[in-house]
Write a protein that binds this ligand. Sequence first.
Ligand code: ZN
Length: 244
Amino acid sequence: MRIGVISDVHGNAVALQEVMVSLESSAVDEVICLGDIVGYGPHPNICAHIVRENCSGVISGNHDRGLTDHPTASAFNDLARVALCWTRDRLRTDDLEWLRTLPSENRHRGGFLYCHGAPGAPDEYIITPRDATVTMLSSAESIVLCGHTHRPMACAIDEDGRCQALRWADGVELSLDSSRRYLINPGSVGQPRDGDARAAYAILDLDRRTASLHRVPYEVRATQAAMIQGGLPAELATRLASGN
Ligand code: ZN
């Protein structure tokens, strides 16, 4: 079973459409989404529609919850909050309701957990191998997929609890050893923050026990133009070009 893994789409339909085309040509059996479907970007309705139509498993991110759960909106910085209010004003009612029903994490029948931030802690950022170690030592999962940081990351944890950060770049395919446990972040489709402006996604192949990272260029200027035209903060449009 080949599973496409997308995360942090953030209302960027231009990037998402490129990723979906790429996933289709990769012959994946299904696609799962690790949350933050909307927020920041100019196309919340299109992104909600694409994810609803194409993903077999979807969980919510902090931005998705921020739309429907007012108290958590105070946890966002000013730009994120402006974008959330902008999104809430434009999102279709049934998409808002759909976002409200999403779980914060899910276990896939293929035997792995997927969450937004960390297992049991959807708002937590796993940034360093040390963070990954703490997370994996408190979890019994052999594979955990997470998003939220907008930075691709892959770590392997040995039986003795040692964590190794793995090289995880465009085109890299990892062999997943059954004696190790793995934490994998596919990066962000719609707002990468690792210095690479291209959209990111991963493919998990459960039969071959491999995971691979993929980057796809998209027309950043088209998304930026839609953001400016729609009245979203210019800073949010600018950052897309640098991938930061
Ligand atoms: Zn996000």
